[in-house]
Design a protein. Structure first.
Length: 310
């Protein structure tokens, strides 16, 4: 059975609500379920909830207008497709609606079940395509982790939050030891398997609130929110121990490769004065870990930690 998709109608006209409900119930595709909001505030709250496949938005909402609501939703990074409904055939309103981010613009006087259904199908398809493009822009194609660009955006946001609330977070720069040798000896396809193995382990073991990204090549970065230096080091020690216990097994070649990591740890508020300085501090500590023999963790204060807990 097909999943019911919820459609939000934001309109203060009860007659129009009943008419749109009748149209939706007569759609040939679906199934759809219509929910209503009659005020600007309730409509915006429901739209930002992320529960709806699409939204039908009236231009006039008492003394407020739908254009302002749509702009607020887009500023809040709401990606739900919105179809604008209006009694006004003014071309300026049409253009303003599309510029504000509407997927389509329909005049109420010419509205029919077929026209509304076609517009809705188009909006949903467009939303799916844009969602896929956003995913491609944010994710590393090989590992599925956040890419460097998306990580930088997350880092800046977390830095601002950390400074505002005086709460630390820890950044760990991670490098796969002797990865070039893996590529040289076994080939790049096996190297890709090692990268996916490490990425899967990192992503599978951190908390939901933490973020893991592929920073470039064989280098990863881990951002642990609400975590001080001690907590970050202990978490990285656990990850290193788990990796030692689960070497990379490549089934198609029946090859098992042990993998170790070098890591540099830096903490906001105490180790840097900006997000970029924090990355530089963690990267410097990572370099020290590699220069000091690899397979270890180095903090910004120069302390060295092994993965084997004694």
């Amino acid at each position: 059975m097909a999943k019911v998709r919820k459609i939000l109608l934001i309109d203060d006209d009860r007659l129009q609500q009943r008419l749109v409900l009748q149209y939706v119930q007569n759609f040939r595709t679906g199934p759809f379920e219509l929910e209503e909001a009659t005020t600007y505030e309730d409509g915006l709250k429901k739209l930002l909830s992320g529960k709806y496949a699409a939204c039908l938005l009236d231009y006039r909402l008492n003394d407020r207008d739908g254009l302002t609501l749509l702009r607020e939703a887009r500023i809040a990074e709401c990606h739900t497709p919105v179809i604008f409904l209006t009694a006004d055939e003014n071309e300026d309103v049409d253009i303003a609606a599309m510029e504000a981010g509407a997927a389509d613009y329909l005049v109420k006087s010419g509205l029919t079940p077929r026209l509304l259904e076609r517009s809705l199908r188009y909006a949903l398809k467009l939303s799916e395509t844009l969602s896929q493009l956003r995913l491609l822009a944010q994710r590393d194609a090989l590992t599925g982790l956040h890419n460097r660009r998306e990580f930088q955006r997350i880092l800046e946001e977390e830095w601002d939050r950390s400074v505002r609330f005086k709460r630390p977070f820890t950044l760990v720069m991670i490098d796969i030891d002797h990865f070039k040798k893996v590529n040289d000896v076994y080939g790049h396809q096996i190297g890709d398997e090692v990268l996916r193995h490490v990425a899967s382990l990192l992503a599978g073991q951190v908390r939901n609130v933490d973020r893991v990204a592929r920073y470039g090549g064989e280098e990863f970065v881990l951002l642990m929110v609400e975590t001080d230096r001690k907590g970050g080091i202990e978490s990285m020690q656990r990850l290193g121990l788990l990796l030692a216990e689960t070497p990379c097994y490549v089934q198609k070649t029946d090859l098992t490769l042990p993998v170790t990591l070098s890591a540099g740890v830096a903490t906001s508020l105490s180790d840097a004065g900006s997000a970029s300085e924090l990355v530089a501090a963690a990267d410097k500590a990572l370099y020290a870990a590699k220069a000091g023999g690899r397979n270890q963790i180095v903090a910004t204060n120069g302390e060295v930690f092994q993965y084997k807990v004694t």
